[in-house]
Design a protein around this ligand. Structure first.
Ligand SMILES: C[S@@+](CC[C@H](N)C(=O)[O-])C[C@H]1O[C@@H](n2cnc3c(N)ncnc32)[C@H](O)[C@@H]1O
Length: 268
C-alpha cells in the first residue's frame, strides 16, 4: 500500500476497519467504503469542494452519456501507458474514474477529492479502488508512488504531481479548449470571455515535459431541458450567469460544441 498518514507522513497500514500509522493516527473506513484522510486542520471550510447539488447535477448529466466519447478516450490513453499504480486527482463523483478502472483492471487504483459528498457517491462506482477524501495540495500517497495521475476538469497542484510521479510516469490532463460550450457561453454572457487553453502548459514545473496533446470535438444536441439545467448546475456558469439568462438557456433546445484537449505530461 502506498498510503501515508496525512498528519505525520509515515506509512499507513490496514487495521481493523481502518488505517493506522506507527504513531497511531487512525482513520476509519466509512460505511460506504472510502477513507477520510483530510484532517480537520487541513480544511479551509466546513464542507470544502463541490456541494451536493453540483455533484448530483454532474452525476445525472454524465450518466446521460453526453460525455461518453470523452471518457472513452481518456481511459484508452491511460491504458496505453499500462500504469501499475494510478491516482485520479479531483475525481468528483467518479464517472471518469470508473471508466479508467475498467480499462486498468490489474492496476492499483486510487481516487481522491476534497468533497465528501462526491467521494461518498463515487466509491460505489468501483469498490475495488481506494477512495479518499483528501486534498490535492497534500496527497496522502508516498513520493514516487504513481505511474499515472489523471486530472479531469480539475485544478491541480503541480508540485504534488511531480512528487507523486515515478520517473517516466506522467500526468494525463483533460480540460476544455477555448471553444468548449461556446454556444452556451454566448447565450449566458454579452461578452464571452476568451479562455486560454494553453495556459496550464506554462505551469509545468522543471522535471516534467509535455509529451503528447490531442483534442476531441463534436456537436452535442441539448434537446432535454433537464440535461440543459444539469449542465448549467455542474459548471461555474450555474452561479456566474444571471438568473434570467439561465432560465432562457433551460427553456429552449440548442446544440453545443464539446471540445476537449488531453495532455500527457511526463516526469523526466
Ligand atoms: C469540475 S470538478 C471535476 C470532477 C471530475 N473530475 C469530473 O470531471 O467529473 C472539480 C473537482 O475538484 C475537487 N477539488 C477542488 N479543490 C480540491 C482540492 N484542493 N483537493 C481535492 N479536490 C478538489 C472538487 O470537489 C470537484 O469535485
Amino acid at each position: 500500500m502506498s498510503l501515508i498518514c496525512p498528519i505525520c507522513q509515515a506509512p499507513l497500514s490496514a487495521v481493523d476497519n481502518g488505517l493506522a500509522c506507527p504513531a497511531n493516527h487512525r482513520f476509519d473506513r466509512a460505511r460506504q467504503g472510502y477513507y477520510n484522510l483530510l484532517p480537520v486542520q487541513h480544511k479551509n471550510s466546513r464542507d470544502p469542494g463541490d456541494n451536493q447539488a453540483m455533484v448530483e447535477a454532474r452525476r445525472r448529466f454524465l450518466d446521460g452519456g453526453h460525455y461518453a466519447p470523452l471518457a472513452k478516450r481518456l481511459a484508452e490513453l491511460a491504458a496505453e501507458r499500462s500504469p501499475r499504480t494510478w491516482l485520479d486527482i479531483g475525481c468528483g463523483e467518479g464517472y471518469y474514474t470508473a471508466q479508467l478502472a475498467e480499462l486498468l483492471p490489474d492496476a492499483d487504483g486510487y481516487a481522491l477529492d476534497i468533497s465528501r459528498e462526491a467521494v461518498k457517491r463515487a466509491c460505489k462506482r468501483a469498490p475495488q479502488l481506494s477512495w479518499l477524501v483528501a486534498s490535492m495540495a497534500r496527497v496522502p500517497l508516498a513520493d514516487e508512488s504513481c505511474d499515472l495521475l489523471a486530472s479531469v476538469f480539475s485544478p491541480l497542484d503541480w508540485q504534488e504531481a511531480l512528487r507523486l510521479l515515478k520517473p517516466g510516469g506522467g500526468l494525463l490532463r483533460m480540460g476544455p479548449t477555448r471553444v468548449h460550450l461556446m454556444q452556451l457561453r454566448q447565450k449566458l454572457y454579452d461578452e464571452v470571455r476568451d479562455y486560454d487553453d494553453q495556459k496550464h502548459l506554462e505551469l509545468i514545473p522543471a522535471g516534467m515535459r509535455l509529451a503528447h496533446s490531442e483534442t476531441i470535438s463534436f456537436p452535442l444536441p441539448l434537446a432535454d431541458a433537464h440535461a440543459r439545467a444539469d449542465l448549467l448546475a455542474m459548471t461555474p456558469h450555474g452561479w456566474r450567469a444571471s438568473a434570467e439568462r439561465r432560465a432562457a438557456v433551460i427553456a429552449e433546445s440548442f446544440e453545443v460544441t464539446i471540445s476537449i484537449r488531453y495532455d500527457w505530461i511526463e516526469k523526466i
